[in-house]
Design a protein around this ligand. Sequence first.
Ligand code: NAP
Length: 458
Amino acid sequence: MAIATINPTTGETLRVFDEIGDAEIERKIGLAHERWRSYRSTSFAQRAEWLRASADLMEKDVEELARLMTTEMGKTLDSARAEVRKSANGMRYYAEHAEGFLADEPLADPSVVGASRALGRYQPLGVVLAVMPWNFPLWQVMRFAAPALMAGNVGLLKHASNVPQSAVYLEEVLRRGGFPEGCFQTLLISARKVEPILRDPRVVAATLTGSEPAGRSVAAICGDEVKHTVLELGGSDPYVVMPSADLDAAVATAVRGRVQNNGQSCIAAKRFIVHTDIYDAFAEKFVERMRALRVGDPLDEATEIGPLATEQGRTDVEELVADAVGSGAKVLCGGQRPDRPGWFYPPTVITEITRDMRMFGEEVFGPVASLFRVADIDEALEIANATSFGLGSNAWTNDPVEQDRFIDELYAGQVFINGTTTSYPELPFGGVARSGYGRELSAHGIREFCNLKSVWIG
Ligand code: NAP
């Protein structure tokens, strides 16, 4: 894939970047490694000052930055602005809490291990490579970079090839905020250049947010090299609605959950599993709202859904829909690309999906909802868990017994009751099964790239 900004609204190539060569990669890894030797002993206060300054700069740049993201990957301007603010808040969160999260953990009674003092101490690992996706060009990177930098690691970023200007901006804003050269560097490289970097002994760990094949590749190489990884991969989140739910709220949130980021979010609700007693009412209201969404130029403030980010992304969605329809699924709205330039795909609702259809098991990365009718909570849980993914999950019910069952029995990294999965700096974020492993955000996220060193003093 070329490293280029191609506007998904028009299909026009706006800027092409040359991939950096091996000598430049070598220079950047060397610089990162050298920088880590001094950066690791900077104080939390100093790192926090630089991170807060970077967050302030990002917020000042909000309009320009939002337009850049919208132009590179098609999200609406409003959601791009929200992403800038969310990223800045996440940076401030780690600036404030990192020192507390990484405080020494003394053993209350060191005599049980024959010591006068014993404790756990969190220390940085070194140079970490982050391989990141295009769908949240700032937020995905910052939720790695903010904790990693606060912990005293240094970062190398291999961003998705279709958001190169966002990638360049990220290095630049952290430098402007005060971080010394080499603390965080963007590598404009294609995916095939990742392997030698992972195998370089100066790079000690990696994190990847993206698809399952990319995660598998990075994890296999890091396994071979015995290097720690965090994987944040795909999801096909269930969204169960039971009879006691507030139906109007469940419908409104379902629409928002499915079409956020033009339907391209790992934690978007994707499979809507509705109890038979309220199925018809839910389906009618849901389809009506999905059909009414305004699809258009994401730079237009009135637009609610922009184009998909890449031509291939739209082709993938179309193939999944065609496969389902060819095997008997029913389209309740949408399902046909509009006749206009750009990679648009309409909000779509599909029902009568069977297990032999690709859509049943695969992630649909676009504004397409699958709708299932179930007889009771047991069937709802069975369908919700009939997936190889396990990222987010959602259930709507006001019955406390049902709430407990969903909390206990949904096999996922997160469960949202009467809501839709969202990431917050304060909540651990991550998946199980094919959605990956490890956690981002909260205290858990910053500890992923630390060595918890046991200290024993006789
Ligand atoms: P992708 O194709 O896997 O790309 C993600 C990143 O990995 C890009 O930087 C890509 O580089 C790189 N990459 C691809 N193949 C690679 C390989 N074999 N070795 C090393 N790097 C490789 O995924 P995407 O299409 O950008 O993103 C969509 C996927 O990400 C969806 O499945 C979504 O659910 C998932 N996602 C998960 C989370 C989460 O937190 N769990 C968050 C957001 C998105 P190039 O661009 O150069 O190919």
